[in-house]
Design a protein around this ligand. Structure first.
Ligand SMILES: [Zn+2]
Length: 252
């Protein structure tokens, strides 16, 4: 079971790396609900999360998430102690804290540009997170941490990118830099024309193939000289008839 879980996580992580440019150290925003569940199930987030995600992680939270724990019952005091140890990422609500779920959603925006993972047990928040493409989701189930598989919305986004309907910001950058490298600026059209000409005048591969065939026979002559001689003898016998068919009955 454990190996299977790890395998799924590996697949999911490489999905986010490839399609959404996630890089280590993974930025993981954690809320009070996740900390509380971790505490209850004796999960050491700091030790276990890097192992599970097979990479460096940066555990963080927001001021709003911390503030929310203060207002909740004392049972959650332990969760607050854990959450306090994580880096606090600046949110928009410095003077006016909002519920953690609202705050975390605001950290992601529409496209999760900072490549945050979200670790939460809040089901309402989870539902909302699944509507944003490219947000890896961590939760705790039966005393283990689980990295959720990519959401439908995420998969659809990737599909659209692959079909060329959407261009990812990161891809857009690389396209631009490629264009610059090839000098496709204002004179782009002219250069494209030249490239097409090159493509049309490309009989080179064919000539290369012929060249390859030519050097082979000489090698054969050197190494398999005897075989060649035998073939020559056969050819000599039916001198009159050029066709090889004539030679067969005479040999038999
Ligand atoms: Zn906030």
């Amino acid at each position: 079971m454990k190996i299977k879980r790890q395998k799924h996580a590996k697949k999911t992580i490489s999905f986010y790396k490839y399609n959404f440019s996630f890089r280590e150290p993974f930025q993981i925003i954690i809320d009070g609900t996740f900390c509380h569940a971790a505490l209850k199930n004796k999960i050491q987030i700091k030790e276990q999360l890097p192992k599970y995600l097979m990479g460096e992680v940066q555990l963080c939270t927001t001021n709003c998430a911390l503030k929310e724990l203060e207002t909740l019952p004392k049972e959650l005091y332990g969760a607050k102690l854990i959450l306090q140890r994580f880096q606090i990422r600046r949110c928009k609500h410095t003077n006016d804290p909002v519920p953690a779920s609202e705050c975390l959603l605001s950290m992601l925006g529409e496209t999760n540009p900072h490549h945050y993972f979200i670790a939460t047990q809040d089901q309402e928040l989870t539902k909302a997170l699944k509507k944003i493409p490219g947000v890896p989701l961590l939760y705790i189930i039966v005393n283990t941490m689980v990295l959720d598989k990519p959401s439908e919305r995420t998969l659809k986004h990737v599909e659209a990118v692959q079909l060329g309907e959407i261009v990812n910001p990161s891809q857009q950058k690389s396209i631009q830099s490629l264009k610059e490298k090839e000098g496709l600026g204002k004179d782009g059209e002219d250069k494209r024309g030249k490239k097409r000409k090159r493509k049309s005048s490309n009989p080179n591969p064919l000539s290369c193939l012929k060249k390859k065939k030519k050097p082979l026979p000489p090698q054969c002559k050197k190494t398999d000289g005897e075989k060649k001689k035998r073939i020559r003898k056969k050819k000599r016998r039916p001198v009159g008839g050029e066709k090889a068919i004539g030679s067969d009955p005479t040999n038999a």
